[in-house]
Design a protein around this ligand. Structure first.
Ligand code: NAP
Ligand code: ZN
Length: 352
C-alpha cells in the first residue's frame, strides 16, 4: 500500500477537503496512473450529497471522480497494453466479474458484480473504492482506456463519462444524417450529446432553460435552439423528432418532450433526477412513442468513442480549475453555470 493525496467529503453536508488515502501497490494485472485531470460530473455531486441514497447510499468519506486522464507510472508483470509514460484513462468502472452474460456482451456496466470507480466495495483493500479527485489511482488494465495522442487532455477527461453516456444511446438509436434529434439540457452531458449528434450528421435541436446559452449551442453544433419554457416555441416541433436525449439532472416535465416525438420516436433518459418523473400514458400510446434509459457504456464502446473523438478531434469544452475551487464548482453546477464541464487540474493537489 502507499498513500495518495485526495479530496474527500466526510458527510452529505460537508465540503470536500484535502485528505490522504491508501491505494494498493499494483498487482500483476494493474496499471498505476498519475492523474493529470479529472472532470466534475453532476453524479459526483449527487453522490457526495447522498442524493442516490434509495439505490446506492453513500459511504463516507467519499472521494468522487470518474472522468480520469493521466500518465502510467507503473505496471504489473502481466500488463500488456500499457507501459510507464503512456497516456491512460479511467471512467466510471474499475472492475467486473468478466464471466457473466453482460460482461461477455461487452456491457460491463450491467454486470451484477461490477465495481464503480468510487463508493463501491473495494475487493483489494476493503472499505470502498476512491475516485479521481486524487493524484494517483491503481486499476486493472481491463478497465484502463487508451487516449488518442492528438487530444487536449483537460477536455478528454469528461469523455470518460459525459462522452460515453451520450455517444452510446445515440449509436444504439441510429442517430445519423436525415434524423431530427433533440438534446435536453446543455450541461456536461448535453454539450457532448450536441457534438456527437452533429458529428453523426443529424439535424440537432437543443432544448435549454438558459436563454443565455443559445449562441454557445449553435457554436457547439446545434442547428436550432429552443427555450423549453416557451410553450409556443415548443409547440412548433410537435410530432417531429426521431430521437430525444434527456440529460436534465433535476425534476422536470418530460411529457412536454414526449409529445415532440414522431411516430415510433424514442426519448432516452440519461439524466438522473432523484425524484420519480411523472409520465402521461397517452403521450406514449399515441404515436407508439417509447421512453428508455441508458447507463454509461461498456469498455469496448468507451474505447470506440475515444477513438472516434481522436479521429474527429472532439473533446469537451472545459473550464479548468484547481482542486481548491471544487466546492465553488459544485455550487455553480447546481445553478447550471458551467461552460460546459469543470476539469480539475490535479497538479494543484501538490500544494496541499
Ligand atoms: P450538468 O452539467 O449540471 O447539466 C445538467 C443540465 O440540465 C443543466 O446544465 C441545465 O441545462 C439542465 N437543468 C438543470 N436543472 C434543470 C431543471 N430544473 N429543469 C430543466 N433543466 C434543468 O449535469 P451533467 O453532469 O451533464 O449530468 C446530468 C445528469 O446526468 C445528472 O443527473 C447525472 O447524475 C446524470 N448522469 C447520468 C449518467 C448515465 O450513465 N445515465 C452518466 C453521467 C451523469 P440548461 O441550462 O441548458 O437548461
Ligand atoms: Zn459521470
Amino acid at each position: 500500500m502507499y498513500n495518495a493525496k485526495a479530496y474527500s467529503a466526510a458527510s452529505a453536508k460537508s465540503l470536500l477537503a484535502p485528505t490522504t488515502i491508501a491505494r494498493r501497490d499494483p498487482t500483476k494485472n494493474d496499471v498505476q496512473i498519475g492523474i493529470l485531470f479529472c472532470g466534475i460530473c453532476h453524479s459526483d455531486l449527487h453522490h457526495v450529497r447522498d442524493e442516490f441514497a434509495a439505490l446506492m447510499p453513500t459511504i463516507y468519506p467519499i472521494v468522487p471522480g470518474h472522468e480520469i486522464v493521466g500518465r502510467v507510472t507503473k505496471v504489473g508483470s502481466s500488463v500488456t497494453k500499457f507501459k510507464p509514460g503512456d497516456l491512460a484513462a479511467v471512467g466510471c468502472m474499475v472492475d467486473s466479474d468478466g464471466t457473466c452474460p453482460e460482461c461477455q456482451d461487452g456491457l460491463e456496466q450491467f454486470c451484477p458484480n461490477m465495481t464503480l470507480t468510487f463508493n463501491s466495495p473495494d475487493k483489494h483493500l476493503g472499505g470502498v473504492t476512491y475516485g479521481g479527485y486524487s493524484d494517483s489511482i491503481v486499476v486493472d488494465e481491463r478497465f484502463v482506456l487508451r487516449v488518442p495522442s492528438n487530444l487536449d487532455l483537460a477536455g478528454t477527461a469528461p469523455l470518460l463519462c459525459a462522452g460515453i453516456t451520450t455517444y452510446s444511446p445515440m449509436r444504439r438509436r441510429g442517430v445519423s444524417e436525415g434524423k431530427k434529434v433533440g438534446v435536453v439540457g446543455l450541461g456536461g452531458l448535453g454539450h457532448m450529446g450536441v457534438k456527437f449528434a452533429h458529428a453523426f450528421g443529424a439535424h440537432v435541436i437543443v432544448f435549454t432553460t438558459s436563454p443565455g446559452k443559445k449562441e454557445d449551442a449553435l457554436r457547439l453544433g446545434a442547428d436550432e435552439v429552443v427555450v423549453s419554457r416557451n410553450t409556443d416555441e415548443m409547440r412548433k416541433h410537435t410530432g417531429t423528432f426521431d430521437f430525444i436525449l434527456d440529460t436534465v439532472s433535476a425534476d422536470h416535465d418530460i411529457n412536454a418532450f414526449i409529445q415532440l416525438l414522431r411516430r415510433d420516436g424514442n426519448i432516452t433518459l440519461v439524466g438522473a433526477p432523484t425524484k420519480p418523473l411523472s409520465v402521461a400514458a397517452f403521450g406514449l400510446l399515441f404515436g407508439r412513442h417509447s421512453l428508455s434509459g441508458s447507463l454509461i457504456g461498456g469498455i469496448r464502446e468507451t474505447q470506440e468513442m475515444l477513438d472516434f473523438c481522436g479521429a474527429h478531434n472532439i473533446t469537451a469544452d472545459v473550464e479548468v480549475i484547481p482542486i481548491q475551487k471544487v466546492n465553488e464548482a459544485y455550487e455553480r453546477l447546481l445553478r447550471s453555470d458551467v461552460k460546459y464541464r469543470f476539469s480539475i487540474d490535479m497538479a494543484s493537489l501538490k500544494s496541499e
